[in-house]
Ligand binder design. Structure first.
Ligand SMILES: [Zn+2]
Length: 562
């Protein structure tokens, strides 16, 4: 039996090794060595990073090649997120993704601009058929850029399996230099319930790291009892870049036996939001760093866990000695060990738990309705991971709904009865979340039905009603009324809206719709004269910008071109 088990384990090992993924099939999509600003499954706000962020030497406009032959199966252009993104499907079933692009290759650019002009929209998403945009080995498909939610030029590159699940592209033999070990920033201990403690505490405690002669760590012996778990703050630095990247796996051992593992090899999009269940969310929101919990609590559907014993908790008995070890590995198998000696000790007087709790209680398995004054809140079933005490109060138009330190799986709905407002004021109202230290109002997608304004949110916090009376601003950047622009390659305006923010824009020249690319980080709209929309000498540009409550501004100017 043991032999069979060993054989099965061996098979499992082979199955997990890189041989099952085609090696040398996908090339480096860039012409420069791969240096990473971000690794696969790295921890990001509300998601795991789905690919590699390949640095582009602080520049835009570098050639991006298809990683392998195939066909363009999807083109998506959005103001936020991936910006200009290209998806190439390969004959072996994998799809590669290239995002934050500046521009596509001529044939793809022509294809997508036709769609944009037809739909009269910069934002588009299309799914070309296999014969429309085939790409051959090494073909240049785009130029790298910084579009969408990218804050420095880079190429975001993904490899997805045939079920659209992003995988670590490094599994396919892409080479990245990494000779450095992961960094351990902090080790934490947690008591699972009121019957357990660590060093007499039932709250999260940080353990003091003691470097060993090698490059590993010990922590001071802890005294504990009952079910306890651990947490780790760690990152990995690769060679040739200072970026703090994600690690490849975290393994835990209790008294020499494998006890728990997080393996960042692959995940699916439906689970990426549950990163907030993996991390200590309260710590993340208050201290702005990531502690990964090395135990699995209820309602955690993440598939990254492996070999989990006792949900990752260890059970410490009185007057026992045990050892918990953590091994953090990067993709190149550089590893660091942390050893935690544990002594079982019963407490004489357990620390009392604070028993002042808020009035309201929300359960994961039940929908919750809260109502006071002109505000109601509907929290659907399955919103919370845990049974949660919830602060709820309404003061005038301000809703206090707990604190943004509890992770949510779903959005809840806030509704305001606005029948006590004057009709002309109702038009300008929106629901805002009060964020940050200064409680700055931030517009959240508000819709109106009769006398009710409602909005959805996925974070607890403070909300209020705001009104936006000021229409957007539109300012020309590289021209003025009456200017000759024969040699200009583009037409640029700056747009902005102070309160509710920009909802949409529309630009025409001589009455014909023109494609203006919106760059939200700079607040610019840019038209490229290569689009060849105009042939007249005298041209009238008209730009209309509308904010989220419907205030709109119109800008008009005449320019000449020969
Ligand atoms: Zn990225």
């Amino acid at each position: 039996m043991k032999k069979i088990l060993f054989f099965l384990l061996l098979l499992g090992q082979i199955g997990n090794s890189q041989t099952q993924y085609p090696q040398d099939y996908f090339r480096n999509p860039m012409e420069i060595p791969i240096v990473l600003a971000g690794t696969f499954a790295e921890l990001r706000p509300n998601h795991f990073h789905a690919g590699l962020d390949i640095k582009t030497q602080h520049r835009e406009g570098l050639n991006v090649h298809t990683a392998a032959p195939g066909y363009v199966s999807r083109i998506k252009i959005s103001h936020f997120g991936y910006g200009k993104a290209l998806y190439v499907t390969h004959p072996n079933g994998y799809t590669t993704v290239y995002a934050h692009l500046q521009k596509f290759s001529d044939k793809i650019e022509k294809y997508i601009k036709e769609c944009q002009y037809q739909k009269e929209s910069y934002q588009v998403e299309v799914f070309p058929t296999p014969d429309e945009l085939p790409v051959s080995q090494d073909e240049i498909i785009a130029l790298s850029g910084n579009t969408g939610g990218s804050y420095a030029p880079h190429l975001h590159f993904e490899i997805r399996d045939n079920e659209e699940r992003p995988m670590n592209p490094m599994l396919f033999g892409l080479d990245v230099k990494d000779s450095r070990k992961p960094t351990i920033n902090g080790i934490f201990a947690y008591a699972k319930n009121e019957k357990s403690h660590v060093n007499g505490s039932q709250k999260r405690i940080e353990l003091r790291l003691i470097p060993t002669a090698g490059s590993d760590f010990n922590v001071e012996e802890i005294e504990a009892l009952g079910d306890i778990g651990f947490g780790i703050n760690t990152y990995d630095r690769l060679d040739e870049a200072p970026n703090k990247n994600g690690v490849n796996s975290i393994q835990c051992f209790y008294n020499g036996s494998k006890h728990f593992e997080i393996d960042f090899k692959r995940f699916s999009y439906s689970e990426t939001k549950h990163i907030n269940r993996l991390i200590d969310f309260e710590n993340y929101k208050t201290k702005h760093n990531y502690i990964q919990k090395l135990f699995v609590e209820q309602n955690n559907p993440l598939s990254l866990y492996k070999d989990v014993e006792n949900n990752g908790y260890v059970t410490v008995l009185d007057s026992t000695s045990s050892v918990y070890k953590i091994r953090v590995k990067d993709f190149k198998d550089n590893d660091v060990w942390v050893t935690i000696p544990i002594k079982g000790k019963k407490l004489d007087t357990p620390e009392p738990i604070d028993d002042i709790k808020p009035m309201h209680y929300a359960l994961p398995g039940k929908a919750t309705n809260l109502e006071k004054g002109n505000i109601s809140v509907y929290i659907p079933q399955g919103t919370f991971y845990d049974d949660t005490y919830l602060d709820f109060d309404v003061k005038a138009d301000t809703l206090l709904l707990g604190k943004d330190i509890v992770p949510l799986q779903k959005s809840f709905t806030i509704s305001y009865d606005i029948s006590n407002y004057l009709d002309e004021d109702k038009e300008k109202l929106y629901i805002a979340e009060l964020t940050g230290y200064y409680k700055k109002p931030r517009y959240i997608g508000t819709s109106r039905q009769g006398e009710t304004l409602s909005a959805k949110s996925k974070s607890l916090g403070t909300y209020t009603l705001e009104s936006d009376l000021v229409p957007p601003t539109i300012t020309p950047v590289n021209f003025y009324d009456g200017k000759w622009m024969s040699n200009a390659t583009e037409l640029k305006v700056k747009i902005g809206d102070k309160d509710s923010g920009i909802s949409n824009y529309r630009a025409t020249i001589n009455g014909k719709w023109i494609l203006m690319e919106y760059e939200y980080k700079k607040g610019t709209l840019t038209y490229n004269f290569e689009d060849n929309i105009i042939s007249d000498t005298e041209n009238n540009l008209k730009v209309i910008v509308t904010d989220n409550v419907g205030n709109s501004s119109t800008f008009e100017a005449t320019f000449f071109r020969k």
